[in-house]
Write a protein that binds this ligand. Sequence first.
Ligand SMILES: Cc1ncc(COP(=O)(O)O)c(C=O)c1O
Length: 381
Amino acid sequence: MKEKRLEEMPLMETNEGIVLFHPHIPASCKQYVTEILSTRWIGQGPKVNEFENLFTKKFVSKGTSLAVGSGTNALHLAYILAGLKEGDEVIVPVFTCTATNIPFLYMGVKPVFADIDPDTMNINTEYVKELITEKTKAIVCVHYGGLPCNMDELQAIADEHNLKIIEDAAHAVGAKYKGKYIGSISDFTMFSFQAIKHITTGDGGMLVVKDDCLREKGERVRWFGIDRHAKQKGIWENDIKEVGYKYQMTDIAAAMGIAAMEEIDETLALRKKLLKIYEESLQNIDGIKFIGGGYTDRTHAAWLCTILVDDRINFQKMLRYNKIESNQVHYRNDRYSIFGGRQDCFPNMDNVEEKYLVLPLHTKITIKDVNYICEIIKKGW
Ligand SMILES: Cc1ncc(COP(=O)(O)O)c(C=O)c1O
């Protein structure tokens, strides 16, 4: 796949220009989905198990994978399985997709925002330490853009205060920390297969749980609280004893996931190659800083290419004029009233707020496109 994609027509030569995101749909995907459409199972059936097993085999050294309808479903499920309750507090980065934090509001749990690390835009461990109270039960870390957080430091804090760690790895399929895949480290790791992620199932997600004993509960909670295994034996007289949700993945979605798993190594290799070109080409340009580069203890999953740029408005105008899309993608979560509104205690976030910007990175752009973008940037704005 890699070679073929590199030879594709550069997006800069199309009328649409260079779009920021594009879904990655493997060649085999249409065939796999078509096959499913003529079977008995289009909802949750055997393909979901097959996809879960493939995912576990590739990314999980110990534990089990539960496929669900979205990354947000996976986060909510993680928060339930981690035992979070009304009144608890969880420390989360102020900068993330709202999906990280919205499920807390379903549960009466309070997200307590921590400032970011200025070099990575990941959660800043120094701030995490200061925010721990008697009510703190967990830390959620987000591997922003695909670069893993400092997991050793987070684990040390969690161990000292008896906290759970939940990894939001929506951006980080295939990322590694000290040689281990993200998915093989903490008790709970969540992935997203939304339209523009490394792996897409249209919408979908995966929750990786280290403790296999939690699988049964996880399966029930993703299906109304019902034990589907018991139900499928024909006569079902069981009670429902816990509140569940309709959070399952369908076999149609799982077929897309299986197709994506078959070429995930090539997808990652291509994305990493493109990100590396950005990183090298944008070095030493006045007014630009590349976010998340230069780490040797972790491997970037290359989902986003983020830069800090002076005079962002003019920079974006210049890109738009050259038919190159760019965007902020995520925003500090204290801008939203549902989370209590603006706070004045995030100096690192304040510093980058008017500067950060995401550049195009996906499997439809070519090396020629990325070189073109970098050349345009070098001309100034
Ligand atoms: C950091 C982060 N967490 C969670 C999610 C939620 O995933 P989904 O859109 O699959 O529900 C996203 C979505 O893009 C995300 O970027």
